[in-house]
Ligand binder design. Structure first.
Ligand code: SF4
Length: 376
């Protein structure tokens, strides 16, 4: 019987984000690990590997497809109400004990993570996205940086069909992968998980490449929103939150910061679930640091005004939300506050185009076009 590892090793092509080194080694630049990989071995992510002195990367499948409201990614300042057609592959460069997508992200690393991989083509995915009336195609669920070549192939098709594109990522990038993505990615969400390098090392990464990626994405003009999952006793100290939000405000006070509630998941079951008052306290720290757009997520109805977008100049309510549902939209056609005329940063449509769903759903996949490459 074919194992998941064998199936994934057959669904590859030569990558573009690497250089050849002496003795048939290669160095991968798809994420901040920059793995030097000897012949016959994979990198830290387990899905990119050296075969015969060439780097082979995931190709031709998805580990999951789902239609999400764009607010779930979360993007609050980009095409409100749009349906995001989301796809992922397998694997991750980190191994967070609280990962909510561990079934796909920890595939191969964790024997309990068994997701069905479905054969796919960029054309087929984009056709399906159009059929669902999606306006944005998003690479998410596993870490998209490590499957950048596939994401770019899908995004090229998506752009040609008039769709926008997005990454939902841990932000552990390199200058090389960001230049590679730059022409094809409109929206980028980074999970800034902590502001403490020791915490990042527990998760399998380092803080510095993530901070460098945030600065670069902003300089490149890619629309950027940040999420911090607030985990009691892991990253919720006032000092850490102050340093984290001061850094973000230093890059730009206009970057939206979403502080969201942790719930016990995967292997992290010790900390208590985040309470509304914890989110409110963190949001206050973010505002004090100078961030103009601070949102509290995952606890609909429990965080007052912090689900809404308000004008930072006059306080006018601009977009009212309950969870992912948009209940009011008052921005002008040019993305300004109707009361005082202040420009609100983001990627706005000329008017609110309605909302297909405020809840995620699985698209009606056509089995003949997306057969499994491995039955689990
Ligand atoms: S994507 Fe990252 S972890 Fe995977 S091989 Fe490349 S540098 Fe290593």
């Amino acid at each position: 019987m074919t194992t998941l590892r064998e199936a994934l090793e057959q669904n590859v092509r030569e990558g573009e984000l690497y250089e050849k080194l002496e003795k048939n080694k290669v160095r991968c630049y798809a994420c901040g690990h920059c793995c030097p990989i000897p012949e016959g071995l994979p990198g830290v992510c387990k899905v990119r590997f050296n075969r015969g002195g060439k780097l082979y990367v995931p190709w031709g499948y998805v580990g999951g497809v789902q239609c999400d409201p764009i607010e779930k990614k979360p993007f609050f300042h980009a095409h409100p109400g749009a349906l995001a057609y989301c796809f992922g592959m397998m694997g991750c460069d980190l191994h967070c004990a609280y990962c909510q997508n561990w079934v796909t992200s920890q595939a191969i690393r964790d024997p309990a993570a068994l997701a069905p991989a479905l054969r796919a083509t960029p054309e087929g995915l984009v056709k399906d996205a159009l059929r669902q009336k999606a306006r944005v195609v998003v690479s998410t669920y596993n870490e998209p940086l490590i499957t950048s070549e596939w994401a770019v192939a899908v995004f090229k098709e998506a752009r040609a069909a008039g769709l926008k594109t997005g990454f939902v990522s841990n932000g552990n990038g390199t200058p090389q992968v960001l230049e590679y993505l730059r022409p094809w990615v409109d929206l980028y969400k980074v999970d800034l998980k902590s502001f403490d390098d020791r915490h990042y090392r527990q998760l399998g990464g380092r803080l510095q490449p993530i901070l460098d990626t945030l600065r670069r994405l902003h300089e490149m003009g890619i629309w950027l929103e940040i999420v911090t999952l607030l985990i009691p006793r892991f990253n919720d100290s006032a000092d850490e939150l102050q340093r984290l939000t001061e850094f973000l405000a230093g890059v730009s006070p206009d970057i939206p910061w979403h502080v969201t509630a942790f719930h016990k998941d995967y292997k992290m079951t010790d900390p208590e679930n985040t309470r509304p008052e914890d989110l409110l306290r963190a949001a206050e720290i973010g505002k004090k640091a100078g961030l103009r757009y601070v949102y509290a997520g995952n606890l609909p109805g429990g965080v007052g005004e912090l689900e809404n977008t308000c004008c930072p100049n006059c306080g006018e309510l601009l977009i009212e939300r309950y969870g992912y549902f948009i209940s009011a939209y008052r921005l002008t056609a040019t993305g300004t506050c109707p009361s005082c005329g202040s420009g609100i940063p983001g990627r706005w449509d000329t008017c609110f185009q309605g909302q297909i769903t405020a809840h995620p759903y699985l698209p009606r996949l056509r089995r003949p076009s997306l057969p499994r490459i491995l039955s689990t």
